[in-house]
Design a protein around this ligand. Structure first.
Ligand code: DGY
Length: 326
């Protein structure tokens, strides 16, 4: 039955103009945003939602909804929508059992995330942050034929782990660099040519088993969801099988890479560069990662463009609204 007033609560502040825009179209809607732009978890989260008794809850990837939180939500909650494409912070089965619909924000963040992937690929392969540091520290004393030599991307092989929307957008950009594209997915994609219209058959991304992809790629970039199968997909053995001068980028979720093993590998001199946007114990970054000049660290900003974040927020709220009357 349609509630008289429809309440959606948001775990973070969102732009007032966006709330106004949505409320104009749905006058029966009350949007309540938590004023703090910081995660809320555990007892505090349960207490807040129980006090508000909303129909829908808009969350971020930093708020965790395991079974023991879902089971304590008030009956009023019918939908949870995360401002992210990854849903690994929500126990889907627990939501299914409670009849709570779960939404995320695919598509709208694809280009922003693929663009930033390339920023990290270039940083990792062309030593951009090392160069910046040298200049900023007044250590640049003149051009040298051997200064900060990196890795040529043209003609190199990029191995994309997870050929979904973002992986495919990364692949499209790789064609612009004349790279050979390999990919690993849980299953090979049947009609790969339909994802890449206009790409010559011989240049289409080629499926590789994960072990082969790690061993053969010049650039490895991660875009798969985090689940039981992808946890520590890049384990010690696979990291140690990577080319010595490979560039590694993680835009997926931190636990896809065994971070302790990565640090060991880096200490042993492996990798031309590593670019990370995500971490195993986010937002805590293993301090050892900060010791390597060739590791570029970003604070999980894959989708952080003004345009994309607005679209993500709008989509999250609208997804909940669409469930009303269904
Ligand atoms: C996602 O959407 O899952 C991203 O990691 C957020 O930027």
């Amino acid at each position: 039955m349609k509630p008289e007033r429809l309440k959606i609560i948001v775990t973070r502040p969102i732009p007032g103009e966006l709330c106004d825009e949505i409320s104009r179209n749905r006058p029966e809607l009350d949007i309540v945003c938590r004023p703090q732009d910081a995660p809320i978890n555990g007892d505090e989260l349960i207490e807040w939602i129980n006090a508000e008794k909303p129909y829908g809850v808009v969350i971020t990837l930093a708020e965790k909804f395991p079974d023991n939180i879902i089971s304590k939500l008030p009956e009023s909650v019918k939908a949870i929508s995360t401002i992210a494409v990854g849903k690994d912070n929500i126990d889907q089965n627990a939501c299914d059992n409670r009849g709570i619909k779960v939404f995320n924000t695919p598509d709208v963040l694809t280009n922003a995330t693929a663009d930033l992937t390339w920023a990290l690929i270039l940083a990792a392969s062309r030593r951009i942050v090392e160069g910046h540091k040298m200049c900023a520290d007044d250590k640049f004393v003149g051009w040298s034929p051997t200064l900060l030599m990196g890795k040529e991307l043209t003609g190199a092989t990029i191995g994309i782990v997870g050929m979904g929307r973002i992986g495919s957008a990364v692949a499209k950009r790789a064609f612009g660099f004349n790279m050979k594209v390999a990919y690993f997915n849980r299953n090979p994609i049947q009609d790969i040519s339909s994802k890449f219209p206009g790409i010559d058959h011989s240049s289409l991304p080629k499926y590789m088993a994960i072990d082969d992809l790690c061993a053969q790629s010049d650039v490895i970039t991660l875009h798969c969801p985090l689940n039981d199968a992808s946890f520590h997909l890049l384990n010690e053995a696979r990291l140690n099988s990577c080319r010595h001068d490979a560039a590694l980028v993680n835009m997926a979720r931190g636990p896809v890479v065994d971070e302790t093993a990565l640090i060991k590998s880096l200490k042993a001199g492996r990798f031309m560069g590593v670019g990370l946007d995500v971490y195993e114990n986010e937002p805590n970054i293993n301090p050892e990662l900060k010791n390597f000049d060739r590791v570029t660290l970003l604070p999980h900003i894959g989708s952080a463009t003004i345009e994309t974040r607005w679209k993500m927020m709008r989509l999250s709220i609208n997804a909940i609204l669409e469930t009303v009357n269904k």
